[in-house]
Each structure stands twice: as structure tokens, then as C-alpha cells.
Design a binder for this molecule. Structure first.
Ligand code: GLT
Ligand code: MN
Ligand code: MN
Length: 390
């Protein structure tokens, strides 16, 4: 299927090695697909038109690898990236699989575990730097609790801050050209995860020594699990100048963490998200952090990867159609014309005189109260764009 939606590296699509390499293991069932060699995944993704990959340290280097093994594996992947021209869009540390992290990593109650987590993160940051990534992700899957019987959330945030302050200094000391992103999630695998939403993370970042180096990595599924509007969360990250990366996938609200193919469930939410991203000038990776259905074999994995990229490209085209649609833009222009106000307001900033003027202004509330917004009409036009009839 080669057409205008065929992905190209200019689209900046990236995939975690753990996504196309996901073996379909779940809490009730064994893997259904064999392990995938990272070098093979890089070549396949290059063939499909992706721009890059992302990885955890342990997607490439086993937890107990010797230094020689580590060097050989990193070198092997580096060669694959060089040969294909793919980039490492993001790297991160696995601070959740090993039983050591049963009660968290940076926020573990055990000081030895916290120090070990720092060691693992620094070694993993070194791998990321060697492979050329400029974005380093922190998903605190185990950073949380089921019960607050022992560690207070205030203590946990203090530990988290210590770790971030230490690691940004480490990156600066090494001279790495790298920024950090915090990836919020409300729960799973912990009952309650610290920094559960984009808003929590954005505030936490303001308390860090090197706040300029740290942004967020919002994930569609994580906000959707909690019943939140993901596009609004992304909007807040953009407003704060902190959207350094994004994890795209899909999810049914109220279910377990599904990590479905991008736009497979919530087409319209995906449309408004892509529209926002494209219109905002976001120029980071369009990173797919999703899993193929457990029903699939390897062909299904590549159908999944193609589907993520094609849906993004198609929705990007739909957003452009929205912007070019004369009827839609006509309605918007009429609404905008009726939405102006040349009386006193907050728009020009505060002054005592403006405050007095606003307080004494005679508003025609009867007219305002009866004014319709035409959003039904506009939103239906969006449906018709998405459904392909305009
Ligand atoms: C894990 C999680 C993702 C994170 C990854 C980074 S791993 O699959 O569900 O949301 O982005 O650690
Ligand atoms: Mn993610
Ligand atoms: Mn996820």
C-alpha cells in the first residue's frame, strides 16, 4: 500500500523495541510470540518507513550482562542504526521488572535500592548517550504504593527529587546533550503511582534544580485509563513549554492498561490530538508505545506498526482538511466575529481603572444567554471528515 500515507522518516515515527518486540505475555498467559532481536527490529522498522526506535537498557542488554557483553550489544545496535539511518529517539531505564524494585526504585523506602536505582539509571543513560539519544524518559511504574502504612507521599517526592537533581547533574557533568522527560501514569503496576498525571509532573518539575532540562512525556493510554482528556493534558504541557516527547497508543477508559494500536479505539480523540500536535509546531518524535494484540503472529506485529503510522498520517491529513474546509472555516469565522468584545476586560491586563470599568459595565445578559455556539454543526462536520465523506 504505497500512497500519500506511506510513512517516511520526515514523519518522525518511532517505536519502542518493547512494542514490536512485545511477546504477548499477560498476567494470565504465556508469551505467544518469540523474542525479537533488536537489530532485526531496527531493519524491519526502517523498511516500514519509521524514523527511529526507543529502548530500555534491558531491551538490549540483559540485567546481569558482563561489561564485554554490554559493549558488544550496544555496538551491534549502533551499527544497525548507522546502516539504516534510524535514530534513537528516546532511551529509558527498566526500573520495574527486577524484584529488587518491588517497592519502587528512586522512591523505594530502602536506601540501598535507591542507590542501586541511581547506578542503573546512570549506566543506562551512558548507553543512551552512546547511541545518540537526546531524550531520556522516566516512567515510574513501580514508584508508588498499595498502602501508605509506611512511606509518606511527601517522603517519596523528596526521594524522587533527590534522584532527579543527582541525575541532571550527572548528565551535565558528562557533557551529554540530553533532556529528561517524566512519563506520568495513574496506576499499574502499582496500586497508586506517584506523579499520576501530567499536571502533577509539571508542578514537580518546577521544584527541581535543573528544571529547564526536564519536561514531560504524556501517554494517551495513561490519561484515558483515568477518564481524563488526553488532548487537554498535552495542551497543558505545550502551554508550559514542556512537551519534549509523546507516547501514542489507544485505550478504552476504565480498563486495564491496554496499550492498543494508535487510533484503534478513540478515533475522534485521536483526531483532536493529532490536530493539536500538528498545529502546535511540536517537532519531537511521534512515538508509538503500544502493543500488538495477543492474537497476532509476526505478520500481525508489522500490520500493527504500519497501522499506527498510517492512522497518524491519515489523521494529520484530516486535520489539514479541517483547516482547508470552506464551510467549517466559514462557521468558525462567523463565530469568531461574534466572539469579540471591545469593552473593558482582562485581556489588556489589570489596572484599577479597568477594574472599575468592568465592574460598572452594562452587559446585555439576555442577549448573551440566548446565543448558541454551533458546536453541534461543527463537530458533525468533523465526524464527516473522519468518516471520509468530505
Ligand atoms: C511500559 C509502560 C510505558 C512506558 C515504557 C517506558 S515501559 O511499557 O507501559 O508506558 O513508556 O518505561
Ligand atoms: Mn509509555
Ligand atoms: Mn502504557
Amino acid at each position: 500500500m504505497s500512497d500519500q500515507y506511506a510513512p517516511t522518516p520526515q514523519d518522525r515515527y518511532t517505536f519502542g523495541l518493547w512494542t514490536v518486540g512485545q511477546q504477548g505475555r499477560d498476567p494470565f498467559g504465556d508469551p505467544v510470540r518469540p523474542a525479537m532481536d533488536p537489530v532485526y527490529a531496527v531493519h524491519k522498522l526502517a523498511e516500514l518507513g519509521a524514523w527511529g526506535i526507543s529502548l530500555h537498557d534491558n531491551d538490549l542488554v540483559p540485567f546481569d550482562a558482563t561489561p564485554a557483553e554490554r559493549d558488544r550489544l550496544v555496538q551491534g545496535l549502533k551499527s544497525a542504526l548507522d546502516e539504516t539511518g534510524l535514530t534513537l529517539g528516546m532511551a529509558t531505564t527498566n526500573l520495574f521488572t527486577n524484584p529488587v524494585f518491588r517497592d519502587g526504585a528512586f522512591t523505594s523506602s530502602d536506601a540501598t535500592v535507591r542507590a542501586f536505582a541511581l547506578q542503573k539509571a546512570m549506566r543506562s543513560i551512558d548507553i543512551g548517550a552512546e547511541l545518540g539519544t537526546k531524550i531520556y524518559d522516566f516512567w515510574g511504574g513501580r514508584e508508588g504504593s498499595e498502602t501508605d502504612v509506611y512511606r509518606s507521599p511527601v517522603e517519596a517526592l523528596r526521594y524522587m527529587r533527590e534522584a532527579f537533581n543527582f541525575l541532571t547533574r550527572y548528565v551535565r557533568d558528562q557533557g551529554y546533550d540530553m533532556r529528561f522527560v517524566i512519563e506520568p501514569k495513574p496506576n499499574e503496576p502499582r496500586g497508586h503511582i506517584y506523579l499520576p498525571t501530567v499536571g502533577h509532573a509539571l508542578h514537580f518539575i518546577t521544584t527541581l534544580d535543573d528544571a529547564d532540562m526536564v519536561g514531560v512525556n504524556p501517554e494517551f493510554a495513561h490519561d484515558t485509563m483515568a477518564g481524563l482528556n488526553f488532548t487537554h493534558a498535552v495542551g497543558q504541557a505545550i502551554d508550559a513549554g514542556k512537551l519534549f516527547h509523546i507516547d501514542l497508543n489507544d485505550q478504552v477508559a476504565g480498563r486495564y492498561d491496554q496499550d492498543f494500536r494508535f487510533a484503534s479505539e478513540n478515533l475522534k480523540a485521536a483526531f483532536y490530538l493529532v490536530k493539536l500536535l500538528e498545529e502546535s509546531g511540536y517537532d519531537g518524535p511521534r512515538h508509538f508505545d503500544a502493543h500488538p494484540y495477543r492474537t497476532e503472529d509476526e505478520d500481525g506485529v508489522w500490520a500493527f506498526a504500519r497501522g499506527c503510522m498510517r492512522s497518524y498520517g491519515i489523521l494529520k491529513d484530516k486535520a489539514a482538511r479541517f483547516a482547508a474546509d470552506a464551510e467549517i472555516q466559514g462557521v468558525i469565522a462567523e463565530l469568531r466575529a461574534g466572539d469579540t468584545f471591545d469593552g473593558p476586560s482582562a485581556a489588556g491586563g489589570y489596572s484599577a481603572a479597568t477594574a472599575d470599568a468592568v465592574k460598572s459595565y452594562r452587559f446585555d445578559t439576555a442577549a448573551l444567554a440566548t446565543k448558541g455556539r454551533r458546536y453541534e454543526e461543527l463537530d458533525q462536520l468533523v465526524n464527516e471528515i473522519i468518516l471520509g465523506v468530505r
